[in-house]
Write a protein that binds this ligand. Structure first.
Ligand SMILES: Nc1nc2c(ncn2[C@@H]2O[C@H](COP(=O)(O)OP(=O)(O)OP(=O)(O)O)[C@@H](O)[C@H]2O)c(=O)[nH]1
Ligand SMILES: [K+]
Ligand SMILES: [Mg+2]
Length: 366
């Protein structure tokens, strides 16, 4: 235990010391953020595996050893990853590709992690750092083992700043202004004084804060630190061939959970659920006077703009952009007629997009 942790343990949790605790928490979070985000030269700690991101999204497999991560990769992609009954069979990151609905999803097999992974034991630190780069985490669990495994993994991911299945808390900061405080909802888990104390700890005396949901002190620190990653997670219980129907039924009813048996197959439902969680937007491109190319959509993250579409076609496109035309999709106000849009326009699933360019006055597709 470090000095700050010790002081926190000594400090009893009651109203009188809550402010002090908040300050200590902020201090500890700052130290750990420094420890976990070292400058790139200072060694491998906190750095993920050097695997190029490819395809439209990245899904990372996180779990204890021998839960069946490599078996899953081998069964759902064309990549083989060694499978064995002994622990730590996989020693590095192994990428495979799942092709689904016209999208290419990178599935990343990773070494098993153990308790303490985030504190730098073994390759664990590298694994949890890689998890930070994922668009979706598949937390793989052994259905025959105790529920404790899930909580332990959540602690490890939490320790590197990953927040699972959580939206970024709705807090807005404005520095170098008057120091106003505004909460649009009643705060029941924290209060202005605690938040002021934390801000003072960061020497942020002149800082406007606007809070728009009933946050906790931890939520506030997360947003203040700013390096947190809010990543969706599916809890995947494997090896259901080895448990009773009643046990399986109970697991399957939990939120964000899928039960599978890699051995028995039928992983289609898992892939459907992954797809739904990734929430990708598919956009079709169209040449002037031609039908849209429905065979080759561009897949983008939700919230993507016309600029992202341009970059998905060719990197020179955005620089020569005059305007875009959008048809049919849910974002087009004038469907079935085209809507004239700018680079910053957000596209929706199933939109058809055409670009008009400055130099060529022509149309591009992939
Ligand atoms: N009963 C059963 N066994 C399985 C299932 N899936 C995988 N296994 C077995 O579990 C063992 C471990 O599988 P791996 O795929 O190597 O597990 P891993 O999570 O990649 O393990 P590490 O790389 O060591 O972390 C192997 O003996 C697999 O055959 C399943 O659905 N049911
Ligand atoms: K194994
Ligand atoms: Mg493996």
């Amino acid at each position: 235990m470090g000095v700050v942790e010790k002081e926190m343990a000594r400090t009893q949790k009651n109203k009188a010391t809550e402010y002090h605790l908040g300050l200590l928490k902020a201090k500890l979070a700052r130290y750990r953020a420094q420890l976990l985000e070292p400058a790139s030269k200072s060694g491998p700690a906190g750095v993920g595996f050097d695997v190029q991101k490819s395809g439209d999204a990245r899904v990372a497999l996180i779990g204890f050893p021998s839960v069946g991560k490599s078996t899953l990769l081998s069964k759902t992609t064309h990549t083989a990853s060694e499978v064995a009954s002994y622990e730590f069979t996989t020693l590095t990151a192994i990428p495979g590709v799942i092709e689904y609905q016209g999208a290419r999803i990178q599935l990343l097999d990773l070494p098993g992690i153990v308790e303490g992974a985030s504190q730098g034991r073994g390759r664990g630190r590298q694994v949890v750092s890689t998890a930070k780069t994922a668009d979706l985490i598949l937390m793989m669990l052994d259905a025959t083992k105790s529920e404790e495994q899930r909580r332990l993994l959540e602690i490890e991911l939490d320790a590197v700043g990953i927040r699972l299945n959580k939206q970024k808390p709705d807090i807005v900061f404005k520095r170098r202004t008057t120091g106003g405080f505004n909460a649009t909802v009643k705060l029941t888990h924290t209060d202005e004084k605690t938040i002021r104390t934390i801000l003072a700890g960061y020497k942020l005396h002149n800082c406007d804060v606007m809070i728009r949901e009933d946050i906790t002190t931890d939520d506030f620190i997360d947003v203040l630190i700013g390096t947190r990653k809010y990543i969706p997670c599916l809890y995947v219980y494997n090896k259901i061939d080895a448990i009773s129907l009643e046990q399986m039924d109970k697991l399957a009813r939990s939120p964000n959970t899928v039960v599978i048996s890699c051995e028995m197959g039928n992983l289609d439902y898992l892939i459907e659920r992954m797809w739904a969680e990734l929430d990708l937007v598919k956009v079709y491109t169209k040449k002037r006077g031609a039908h849209p190319d429905l065979s080759d959509p561009i897949c983008l993250r939700k919230g993507a703009t016309i600029e992202n579409v341009c970059n998905g076609v060719h990197r020179s496109l955005a620089a020569n952009f005059r305007y875009g035309l959008v048809w049919c999709g849910k974002s087009s106000k004038f469907s079935p007629h085209a809507q004239k849009v700018s680079l910053s326009h957000q596209v929706q699933d199933e939109d058809v997009v055409s670009m008009r360019l400055l130099t060529l006055n022509a149309v591009f597709t992939k």
